[in-house]
Ligand binder design. Structure first.
Ligand SMILES: NC(=O)C1=CN([C@@H]2O[C@H](COP(=O)(O)OP(=O)(O)OC[C@H]3O[C@@H](n4cnc5c(N)ncnc54)[C@H](O)[C@@H]3O)[C@@H](O)[C@H]2O)C=CC1
Ligand SMILES: C[N+](C)(C)CC(=O)CC(=O)[O-]
Length: 478
């Protein structure tokens, strides 16, 4: 049975939580008094369904459904996780937590998305403060893994442990904020940058576009992979952090920043920023900008995944946890996944080189299935592909889900012949691959016989798969 997450407040952030939980296989129940909530969450879900699976090479869990309820009580009953994402007003949040605690399971984690309130402000006066934490996410919640987990003084250790375990299971990175402070860690940082940017625009020193360019062409790229301190350590040259601080520490007392001053948020400043922002990005709708943002985030996260760095490392580990045995089906379903944005070529479809990747992934899955797995390879033996013959039968587009059926057509001694059929989720045949592999010693780099258990597994599959291929041919020819 699917676990239940209740989402109270289904706007920008609640919608993102709903999508992440649902796509990670949870049943999601939403309460939001806005009559438009279902439509708005539907749009978030559409974005998330298109992009989140692109981060994974393994199949994601079967999505859970999202249902809409007329009251907090209806949504919360039976939920293991309750995420409050109502507007940033303390009185409203306190009222909502009271309604939640009147009905919720005593073991449920009750988390607030608040950007700035401290958990103690939400725990004060609560019936069971121990089950309330802040879990502050980042937009878009369905793609960005960071969630600041702030337990505050009253959260029970079991609540914290459960919260960490659940957030990790849905692919997030719970950053435990040990001491509660206004605006947690990341929002303090964002506020400082936002303040400086407002001054630069107000004083006529930079436009919104120039500020965005200053971020996205330079330090924004560095921050995504090394953060602030590691970046500065490297910037100190061979002498590292101490040299960096000796060189740039004095600047802190120079007038390089406006520090804590906040410009008056006058209608004139709002107009100035809104007009510049319209001139910069007004030609695109918010939906188009979301799509652009999500595509770029997928491409960046996948690149970091390839480097096993930062958030990419987290996704890699989460992905490994999604891997399941291939089972005993005939043929074997060796790959099941979605075409990510970075696989598209100039023609707007999956590039031919990626088919090689797909069939190579299928043969690696088959190898692991017969016992030629990571440990076998580390011990010095593997299979090398000697020949492939691929046929591209239909276009495969970005975002499409597909699977690969793999048959062992021949397997004797060092020789292994596979037949792969790549199919769209609806069964349409997209491509085929006839692949011949040789078993090799990684020491001599020459072909050799596999270990007996691998040879036997290959022969067993070959006998069953060949028979099924013959039966299929007869059926196909009536
Ligand atoms: N927008 C952002 O970038 C981020 C916002 N947050 C936090 O998330 C929370 C929600 O913010 P957003 O999603 O941006 O706001 P939003 O305005 O997009 O959504 C708030 C939703 O709450 C609903 N709502 C109002 N009263 C309600 C009630 N009594 N019960 C249930 N639902 C109710 C509204 O109809 C609306 O759909 C805030 O605490 C905010 O600080 C956290 C991270 C980022
Ligand atoms: C502007 N904000 C304070 C609501 C931003 C956040 O809380 C996090 C984010 O997604 O930037």
């Amino acid at each position: 049975m699917k676990q239940v997450a209740a989402i109270i407040g289904g706007g920008v952030i609640g919608g993102g939580w709903a999508a992440r939980f649902a796509l990670m296989g949870w049943e999601v129940r939403v309460f939001d008094p806005d009559p438009e909530a279902q439509r708005k969450i539907g749009a978030v879900m559409e974005n998330a369904t298109r992009t989140l699976p692109m981060l994974y090479e393994n199949p994601m869990p079967t999505p859970g459904g999202i249902s809409y309820h007329g009251s907090v009580a209806d949504a919360v009953a039976g939920a293991v996780w309750v995420q409050e994402s109502v507007p940033e007003k303390s009185g409203l949040k306190l009222q909502v937590f009271k309604e939640i605690q009147d009905i919720c399971d005593v073991d449920a984690v009750l988390a607030s998305s608040t950007s700035g309130f401290k958990p103690s402000e939400l725990q004060a006066g609560a019936a069971r403060p121990g089950q309330i934490v802040v879990a502050h996410p980042f937009n878009p919640v369905y793609l960005l893994p960071l969630v600041e987990l702030v337990p505050g003084p009253a959260a029970a250790p079991e609540t914290i442990d459960r919260a960490k375990a659940i957030l990790t299971r849905i692919g997030m990175y719970p950053l435990h904020v040990r001491a509660e402070i206004d605006a947690h860690i990341a929002d303090r940082f964002l506020e400082a940058v936002w303040r400086e940017a407002l001054w630069l625009v107000k004083d006529g020193l930079a436009t919104t576009e120039e500020i965005d360019n200053a971020i996205r062409y330079g330090f924004g790229l560095r921050w995504a992979q090394m953060g602030l301190f590691e970046t500065y350590r490297v910037a100190g040259g061979e002498a590292g952090m101490r040299h960096f601080m000796a060189q740039f520490g004095p600047c802190l007392s120079w007038p390089w920043t406006r520090l804590t001053d906040v410009p008056d948020f006058t209608p004139a400043l709002v107009d100035l920023i809104a007009e510049q922002s319209d001139a910069q990005s007004g030609q695109s709708t918010i939906r188009e900008l979301e799509r652009l943002r999500d595509n770029n985030l997928v491409a960046i996260l996948r690149a970091l995944k390839g480097q096993e760095a930062a958030a990419g490392r987290l996704i890699l580990d989460h992905d490994a946890g999604l891997r399941r045995p291939l089972g005993d089906g005939v043929p074997l379903v060796a790959v099941r996944r979605t075409v990510p944005v970075d696989w598209a070529d100039v023609n707007g479809h999956m590039n031919e080189g990626r088919y090689g990747q797909v069939f190579s992934d299928a043969s690696e899955a088959l190898m692991a299935h017969v016992g030629a797995d990571r440990a076998y390879i580390d011990a010095g033996m593997s299979y090398f592909t000697a020949e492939t013959n691929m046929k591209y039968l239909a276009e495969t587009l970005v975002g499409e889900s597909f699977y690969v059926e793999t048959r062992v057509m021949f397997g004797e001694g060092k020789k292994l012949r596979l037949w792969h059929e790549m199919k769209r989720a609806d069964g349409t045949l997209l491509a085929t691959c006839d692949q011949f592999l040789l078993h090799v010693s990684l020491e001599t780099r020459r072909s050799c016989a596999p270990l007996p258990e691998v040879a036997e597994a290959v022969e067993r599959l070959a006998a069953v798969h060949r028979e099924s291929a013959h039966a299929k041919k007869e059926t196909d020819h009536g």
